[in-house]
Each structure stands twice: as structure tokens, then as C-alpha cells.
Write a protein that binds this ligand. Structure first.
Ligand SMILES: Cc1cc2nc3c(=O)[nH]c(=O)nc-3n(C[C@H](O)[C@H](O)[C@H](O)COP(=O)(O)OP(=O)(O)OC[C@H]3O[C@@H](n4cnc5c(N)ncnc54)[C@H](O)[C@@H]3O)c2cc1C
Length: 422
């Protein structure tokens, strides 16, 4: 690729969401008469982890919608080794025990599914998608975004290694998005005053291919099952609690974890470093401007308690790829505001619904006191007794409810590729 070419699309940020739209675009346009010239600006491309390297503590739960999108993007292979299917979720409030009938259990078998999703390392997801993009004919520029100038026909983008021009620029550069700021797209944002601590732990009892989640008055604790029998924890704790947990010795941390999990998986042992993430909610007022669109965390950040951040971002990627590819097929200018607004209208309402639902869980289950909170806590048991309500929630957790992009609908069997997630 010659740097003076005008690209069709420049994706800024090759995280899982940016890498996904890039792979979808090059593969979606494969076989058409004119090539779709797509580049990704990403200064920190991860390597595909070696099969015997330890599992990175930073994992995400990938829903069925995401599995389908990854398959279309060419980054999904049968789940072996490092990709762990989970078959059940057990969710309970600290006022009852994990085994209580007032705990909520979602079982894939209840809805005729083989599993509820997969636990995947973030860096593996990102590496597989970037590899699929490059195999599809894409180009990665290892540079940093500096600024942009939007013209009538294209956008000039200044990077740490020179200037690029593209007809459409996609900001996929995460929660602190420099693209969003450069374009002047404003956000509504609030601090949860919580910090998420992630780590890998060994547990005395088997995780039983189950994602375990306990809501407490000062946070939420999840154990996500890993293929080697260990679990990845995501402990979203009030800031004051988190600072004590992060300063504790590994042994004291494990004792606190045992107490917080109510020994649901027996005694635990810390087997990785602890990483921490301050938690904020963020929603961009607009996702698009002339020739520019935001996707993933650049457009919205949600609380990790429902494991939906990447899944929402991959749905953004699939929806925007579809809008851009359709516009191209119709010989429309894909950067026209009219075209990009179709994507914004579609995804903004879906994301707002999910984000509000997640906040209700945080407010009433993790932190609530008073009658409404008690109602929500009892609600887990009521949902558990209703097959209809369970099916509704499982549909949402699988990401197969709402208006789905074509890539997230059940795909025809397509050839599974080597070198992708496996
Ligand atoms: C503790 C925790 C647990 C989570 N668990 C889950 C889960 O189970 N399931 C789930 O779906 N989601 C989960 N999430 C959310 C998920 O991690 C994010 O939603 C996801 O990483 C967003 O992906 P992204 O590609 O939009 O942004 P990012 O992952 O932030 O990627 C942004 C990319 O842009 C690049 N970049 C940044 N600035 C520039 C620049 N100036 N120039 C060029 N490139 C740039 C960065 O290098 C990076 O690669 C969790 C989040 C947290 C904090």
C-alpha cells in the first residue's frame, strides 16, 4: 500500500472492536471488482500467545452473537485449548448461599444450546482478529493517532509516522478516544467509584464450567472458568475496599476472596499478578460526524458486571460494517452523514437499553438497600422459577435479542480457518 493513496476506511485503534470491523470490511468486500482499501492504526499489536504460555488474567466472556461475528470475520475456530466454553451461570446475592433456591441458575441445556458463551483472553481475541484482517489483505500501521482534518471528500489523519487520507475514519481507540475528542463529540460520563480487580486463581473445588457471580453490598465478584481448571476473577469493589485488597499480600488477598465468595468454590490461591481498572460509565451523545464514526469503548463504556463491553462493541462493528458495505454496493458515499447516521440510530438505542439494565443490576443488587433492593434480591429467585423469564434473560446474555446485524445472525456453515482462535 502506498501511503499517498486515499484509503476507503482508516480504523484508529486495533483493539478487539477495531480489529473486528477491519476484518469484516476486507472480507465483506472480497471478490468485488474494486478492492476495499482498509488500514488499521495500532501502535501495540499483540502477538498470538504460544499454546503453552500461562493464560493472561485479562479475559472476556464472549456471547453467541460475538461467536457468529468472529466466525464471519475469519477469527474463530473450534474452541480448543485456550478458549473455554461455559455451560452455566450461577448468580446469587450475599443474603443467601450459592446453593440456595433463591440463587439464579442459567443452564445452556434449558434453551437447547451447547453453551452460554466462551471465556477468551482479550489479547488472543485481538491477535486473532488482526491476523484475520492481514490475511484478508488489510494493512496495519504501527503508529499513534495525532489529529485529523475533515474535508468534503476525505479526512486527513496525522499520525506519529506521517499523514494518511481516508474517506471514512472509524474511532475504535477505546474509552479515552483521542478521535472522539479531536472531532468534538461530547460524552456523558460518571464514576462508579469502584475498581475492578482481575487475577487468575486456583480453587479447591471444580468450577464445573460455570460462571459464578455473587452480588454484595460493596461490589460484585465473578469467577470465570478457564480450560486448565483455574478461574479468572473480576472483583468490582468499592474504591476503598479495592485499595485494601490491592495492597494485601497474596495470602491475605486469597483469604478475603474466600470470604467474599462465601467459599462457593472452596479455598482459593492467587496464581497471577492482580491488575486493576477504575470503573466509569460513558456514553457519547453522538456516535458519528461527517466521515467519522465511533465504535466500541470509544462510543460507550459499561460496567463489567454483565460481561457485555466487547460484545456490544462487536455488534457495533458488525452493524457499521454492514452499513458501509451496503452503501458501497449501492454506489453511495460511505462517509456521508446520512449513511453513518443509519449506524448511529441502530446501535445507540440498543446500547442505551443494555447499559441502563446493567446499571439497575449494579444499583439494586450490588449496592442497594431498602425495599427496591430487597425486591431485586428476591427477584433472582423468582426469575429462577420462571422458564419464560429465564429464556428472556438468556437471550439477552447470548446477545441474540434485539435488531441483529447480518453477521450476528446464525451463519451458514463456513470453512473454519487455521491460525485463528483455537
Ligand atoms: C475488568 C474488566 C472486565 C471486562 N470483562 C468483559 C467481559 O467479560 N466481556 C465483555 O464483553 N467485555 C468485558 N470488558 C469490557 C471490554 O474489555 C472492553 O469493552 C473492550 O476492551 C473494548 O474494546 P475496544 O476495542 O473498543 O477498546 P480497547 O480494548 O480499549 O482498544 C483500543 C485500542 O486503541 C488503541 N489506541 C488507543 N489510543 C490510540 C491512538 N491515539 N492511536 C492509535 N491507537 C490507539 C489501543 O492501543 C488499543 O489497542 C471488561 C472490562 C473490564 C475493565
Amino acid at each position: 500500500m502506498v501511503m499517498t493513496d486515499i484509503l476507503d476506511v482508516l480504523v484508529i485503534g486495533g483493539g478487539p472492536v477495531g480489529a473486528c470491523i477491519a476484518a469484516l470490511l476486507v472480507r465483506g468486500a472480497a471478490g468485488s471488482a474494486t478492492p476495499f482499501r482498509v488500514a488499521v492504526l495500532e501502535p501495540k499489536r499483540p502477538q498470538m500467545p504460544l499454546s503453552d504460555s500461562p493464560i493472561d488474567p485479562r479475559v472476556v466472556a464472549v456471547a453467541r452473537s460475538s461467536e457468529r461475528i468472529l466466525e464471519v470475520a475469519g477469527a474463530w475456530a473450534p474452541p480448543l485449548g485456550r478458549v473455554t466454553p461455559y455451560e452455566r451461570m450461577r448468580i446469587w446475592h450475599e443474603s443467601v448461599s450459592a446453593a440456595s433456591s433463591r440463587a439464579l441458575v442459567f443452564d445452556a441445556a434449558d434453551v437447547g444450546e451447547p453453551n452460554l458463551g466462551y471465556i477468551v483472553e482479550s489479547r488472543l481475541l485481538q491477535a486473532a482478529l488482526l491476523d484475520a484482517f492481514v490475511e484478508g489483505g488489510g494493512w496495519i500501521e504501527p503508529a499513534q493517532f495525532v489529529g485529523l482534518r475533515i474535508g468534503a471528500e476525505y479526512v486527513n489523519v496525522d499520525t506519529s509516522s506521517g499523514t494518511l487520507a481516508a474517506r471514512v475514519v472509524i474511532g475504535a481507540d477505546g474509552a479515552q478516544s483521542a478521535v472522539r475528542q479531536a472531532v468534538g463529540l461530547t460524552v456523558e460520563s460518571s464514576d462508579y467509584r469502584q475498581t475492578a480487580i482481575v487475577a487468575t486463581v486456583a480453587t479447591e473445588r471444580s468450577h464445573e464450567k460455570t460462571a459464578w457471580q455473587r452480588f454484595m453490598r460493596d461490589g460484585t465478584l465473578a469467577f470465570l472458568p478457564l480450560a486448565d481448571g483455574t478461574s479468572s476473577i473480576v472483583w468490582s469493589a468499592d474504591d476503598s475496599v479495592a485499595s485494601v485488597l490491592l495492597a494485601a499480600s497474596p495470602t491475605d488477598f486469597a483469604l478475603e476472596l474466600d470470604r467474599a465468595s462465601d467459599w462457593a468454590l472452596g479455598a482459593t490461591r492467587l496464581i497471577s499478578e492482580r491488575a486493576s481498572f477504575p470503573l466509569r460509565r460513558l456514553a457519547a451523545h453522538r456516535y458519528v460526524a461527517q466521515r467519522v464514526a465511533l465504535i466500541g469503548d470509544a462510543a460507550h463504556v459499561v460496567h463489567p458486571l454483565a460481561g457485555q463491553g466487547v460484545n456490544l462493541g462487536l455488534l457495533d462493528a458488525a452493524a457499521l460494517a454492514q452499513v458501509l458495505l451496503d452503501a458501497r454496493r449501492e454506489r453511495e458515499d460511505p462517509g456521508a452523514l446520512r449513511v453513518l447516521r443509519q449506524y448511529e440510530r441502530w446501535r445507540k438505542s440498543e446500547v442505551a437499553f443494555m447499559s441502563s439494565a446493567i446499571d439497575v443490576f449494579d444499583r439494586f443488587l450490588a449496592h442497594g438497600t431498602g425495599p427496591l433492593a430487597r425486591l431485586a434480591q428476591h427477584g433472582l429467585g423468582w426469575v429462577n422459577r420462571s422458564q419464560e423469564l429465564k429464556r428472556f434473560f438468556i437471550g439477552r446474555a447470548l446477545g441474540i435479542a434485539g435488531e441483529l446485524p447480518r453477521a450476528a445472525q446464525r451463519p451458514a456453515r463456513i470453512e473454519r480457518r487455521g491460525g485463528a482462535l483455537s
